[in-house]
Design a protein around this ligand. Structure first.
Ligand code: NDP
Length: 283
């Protein structure tokens, strides 16, 4: 492996640029960008994600307001909170941590967020703008993957990219970003999923493999070509409780040109792009 796609290091440098932009904004007499985070229930992984997002906000000089709701909260109570946050001018971005308990319809919650405050870019209006090539916000994880590539001098243009996973959060919007006619795009994209016939045949011919399946170790060395680039979006808990990706790092790394680790790859980039979107939403 020639290049470790070190998201932790890249995120630190991008975050210090963002902190300077926030400081300049405050100096100009504007209000700090404000992010409201909403967590329903007490899933430990979700608690960690929200805590990290809030800490990063504070580190960059942004404000963060947090709402902890019990797992029994009703959908209408959650929608009422979102309506309140939509109307609050000090809140520029609203983040409802997913997943939500099964009695709450996730798509109804996403649709209730004012699209101008939808810093996750999950709202259908924002997904539509992205598909049309005029995104208001770029979805955080997909945008983070592209920054990780481009800022390591890996231009997706003209490359055969295989994305493993087709979720609305990662696979699908990432394919849209990569296929658009703009810098960081212009790739030839294949989206693979559980109904793909012979996944390895697809990944083996790819110049860039992006794993977003949520299956620990599902991308092995025999599935990638020598000199390829591999980005691991997956975050899975191993039997020992440790965070592992979708890629068998030890097996794949010696064979490829560049690879991102888990942890320390896409995760910190996702948070950085969220901060970027919150600053953008503040105007
Ligand atoms: P989902 O479970 O919503 O989607 C997984 C996708 O992968 C589905 O499209 C599924 O196919 C496909 N898939 C699963 N197993 C296989 C397989 N063996 N072969 C081919 N395709 C497969 O997950 P998300 O998209 O939300 O997340 C994916 C991973 O990325 C998770 O590990 C998640 O934790 C992680 N993640 C990490 C983030 C970060 O910041 N680092 C942010 C967001 C997610 P099908 O549609 O047919 O079921």
């Amino acid at each position: 492996m020639d290049v470790l796609l070190d998201g932790k290091k890249l995120a630190e440098s991008m975050q210090s640029e963002l902190a300077e932009r926030v400081a300049a904004r405050l100096k100009a007499g504007k209000t700090p960008p404000g992010l409201a985070t909403v967590l329903v229930g007490s899933d430990p992984a979700s608690q960690v994600y929200v805590r990290t997002k809030r800490r990063t906000c504070e580190k960059l000089g942004m404000t963060s307001t947090h709402y902890d709701l019990p797992p029994t909260v009703s959908q209408s109570e959650l929608l009422a909170l979102i309506a309140k946050l939509n109307a609050d001018s000090s809140v520029h971005g609203i983040l409802v941590q997913l997943p939500l308990p099964s009695h709450i319809e996730e798509s109804a919650v996403i649709r209730a967020i004012d699209p101008r405050k939808d810093v996750d870019a999950f709202h259908p209006e924002n997904l539509g703008l992205l598909a049309a090539g005029h995104p208001r916000f770029k979805p955080c994880t997909p945008a983070g993957v592209i920054e990780l590539l481009v800022r390591n001098d890996i231009d997706p243009a003209g490359q055969d990219v295989v994305i493993v996973g087709r979720s609305n959060i990662v696979g699908k919007p990432l394919a849209l970003l990569l296929a658009q006619k703009w810098p960081g795009g212009n790739a030839t994209v294949t989206i693979a999923h559980t109904r793909t016939r012979d996944l390895a045949a697809h990944t083996r011919r790819a110049d860039i493999v992006i794993a977003a399946a949520g299956q620990a170790g599902c991308i092995t060395a025999d599935m990638v070509k020598a000199g390829a680039v591999v980005v691991d979006v997956g975050t899975n808990r191993g039997p020992d409780g440790k965070l592992v990706g979708d890629v068998d790092f030890a097996g794949v790394a010696p064979k490829v040109r560049a690879i991102s680790p888990v942890p320390g790859g896409v995760g910190p980039m996702t948070i950085t792009m969220l901060m970027f979107n919150t600053l953008l939403a503040a105007g």
